[in-house]
Design a protein around this ligand. Structure first.
Ligand code: IMP
Ligand code: MG
Length: 176
């Protein structure tokens, strides 16, 4: 039985428009060069899938899985790499695609890890950013939306493994 009803924070239409802008900016910035897009599972799968359709460059798609959250709404403070790259990124243009930068720990750790592999360039696209919670400053080269300190779900993001399939970004309100 569902006790939490999602309320729409960012609609499907708003997301699509923003992704079009981000795709255009990425296409322009890389100026015809090849890029390796690294989708950070599981949360970024939907964003990444829509974003790469708007990037008009030769794209090589990779997946990594990094966990910093348990089953709840607070970070465990630990980061572990559960799925690693399947190709070398040495001397390649790399674009990390993430769902949300919250404390920044996950992305800071991932960036350090990827930098050890000596890419030609390393950029970050994140759909969401919660500035009020940020502890580890990271440059977000392509940002979808800045949001308030609310726990969001949908469009790839989960709460205890649920709600990833929603086509919009929502907020959970207990009990209505
Ligand atoms: P960070 O390491 O604190 O920046 O946390 C980043 C990760 O925590 C994200 O990649 C998400 O998987 C998860 N996360 C942080 N905030 C939220 C949220 O509001 N909803 C769902 N997942 C979140
Ligand atoms: Mg994530």
């Amino acid at each position: 039985m569902e006790v939490l009803n999602p309320e729409v924070l960012i609609s499907e239409e708003e997301i699509a428009l923003r992704i079009l802008d981000l795709g255009n900016a990425i296409t322009k910035d890389f100026n015809g060069e090849d890029i390796v897009v690294i989708c950070v599972l599981k949360g970024a799968f939907m964003f990444c899938s829509d974003l790469i359709k708007k990037i008009h460059l030769p794209v090589n798609l990779e997946f990594v899985s990094v966990s910093s959250y348990g089953d709840g709404m607070t970070s465990s403070g630990n980061v572990s790499m559960d799925l690693d790259l399947s190709v070398s990124i040495k001397d390649k243009n790399v674009l990390i695609v993430e769902d949300i930068v919250d404390t920044g720990l996950t992305i800071k750790t991932l960036k350090e890890y990827l930098n050890l592999r000596e890419p030609k360039s390393l950029k970050l696209a994140s759909l969401l950013f919660k500035p009020s919670r940020n502890k580890h400053p990271v440059d977000i080269d392509y940002l979808g939306f800045e949001i308030e300190d609310k726990f969001v779900i949908g469009y790839g993001l989960d709460y205890a493994g649920r709600y990833r399939e929603l086509p919009y970004i929502g907020v959970l309100n207990a009990g209505n």
